[in-house]
Design a protein around this ligand. Structure first.
Ligand code: F6P
Length: 359
């Protein structure tokens, strides 16, 4: 009998359930259903507090298309892992105790950057851990693709598509703010897929004058409307030049709810055109996984089951050149995968005439 602990940690996304289903289906296939799955509730919180439910193979049936996570999730920041909980529990010690008490053979962690850092910590503490790369942001170092990303891109693209028709009817400039935390992968992909005219990313600081210039060029060419896809973490050249602490303070004191509203106001002042903001927000993390993510997460799950069979632990399942493979958790921990301004996709976008607001 194999005893598997499983948890979903950090911000949710599409395909968490599909990935867990993949792991369990793969294990059931190999072990002829001789497995016991301990699903920890609300991520690492469940592992810390020994709060779990025992799941059977049937619990993973019919969840391939179900958004969210049947286990619940929570954010347990890695940087606070060495600090006790509000009621004095030593988190790392408690997680190790839960693992030992339940006599687990392995712990499967579905999570993004911070969660995989904790997975690596637990692996270094001697637990058998396997990580699966989750996040809509696609910023986990070491994998070409995280599950959740393509589904989020689809939703952000649909949002831009909808904005397109109304922007055209009213001859307006629209600033569509897209999720992605510190990186611009979703914005870049959805921006291209949605036919945005200007794409602003954290990795390519913008100059508002260049943005205005790009808008004026369009209107001189007889285009009545424009779409700007802006990443929630986009930053101006001026702010990017500030020391990190000063930059953080300035952004925290911003008189706008987010960067899109600030840019919209600056454009209004400079061009006198009608500008609107649209923020699809958490819709980008909701609903069913798309077909791409269903395939990817099923492959990731089956591969994780194989790693368990081989007792190959301390590994993160990744996609490399369209093959599912694995790397050491320690290789990925603490590194972010950014968009590089030199990436061919950025150069392709520039070749299409898309402005990144930087020249
Ligand atoms: O990491 C996924 C993500 O959706 C980011 O794109 C976004 O910045 C953040 O989570 C939002 O977090 P929360 O759900 O805590 O508001």
């Amino acid at each position: 009998m194999k005893r598997i602990g499983m948890l979903t940690s950090g911000g949710d996304c599409q395909a968490l359930n599909a990935t867990m289903r993949g792991v369990v289906k793969g294990l059931c296939h190999m072990y002829k259903d001789e497995i016991e799955v301990y699903g920890f509730l609300e991520g690492y919180k469940g592992l810390i507090r020994n709060n779990y439910k025992i799941l059977k193979a049937e619990d993973f049936s019919g969840i391939l298309t179900k958004g969210g996570t049947i286990l619940g999730s929570s954010r347990q920041p890695f940087k606070l892992m060495d600090q006790p909980t509000e009621d004095g529990i030593n988190k790392v010690k408690a997680m190790k105790e839960t693992y030992k008490k339940l006599k687990l053979d392995c712990l499967v962690v579905l999570g993004g950057n911070g969660s995989q850092k904790t997975a690596n910590l637990l692996s270094e503490e001697g637990l058998n851990v396997i990580g699966l790369p989750k996040t809509i942001d696609n910023d986990l170092w070491g994998t070409d693709m995280t599950f959740g990303f393509q589904s989020a891109v689809d939703i952000a693209t649909q949002a831009i598509d909808c904005i397109h028709t109304t922007a055209a009817s009213h001859n307006r400039v629209f600033v569509v703010e897209i999720m992605g935390h510190k990186v611009g992968h979703i914005t870049l992909h959805a921006g291209i897929a949605g036919g945005a005219d200007i794409i602003l990313l954290p990795e390519i600081p913008y100059d508002i004058n260049s943005v205005v210039k790009a808008l004026e060029k369009r209107s001189k060419a007889g285009k009545g409307f424009s779409i700007i896809a802006v990443a929630e973490g986009a930053i101006s050249k001026e702010d990017a030049a500030l020391p990190k602490k000063k930059r953080k303070e300035k952004i925290a004191q911003r008189a706008y709810p987010s960067v899109a509203y600030e840019i919209a106001d600056q454009i209004k002042d400079a061009c006198g055109c009608e500008v609107r903001v649209a923020v699809p927000g958490h819709t980008q993390r909701g609903g069913s996984p798309d077909a791409y993510d269903r395939v990817l997460s099923s492959r990731f799950g089956a591969y994780a089951a194989q790693l368990i069979k081989e007792e190959k632990y301390g590994r993160l399942v990744v996609l490399k050149d369209n093959d599912v493979t694995d790397i050491a958790l320690s290789d990925s921990a603490g590194k972010l995968k950014y968009v590089s301004p030199q990436d061919s996709i950025v150069l392709n976008a520039r070749a299409l005439g898309i402005s990144f607001g930087d020249e």
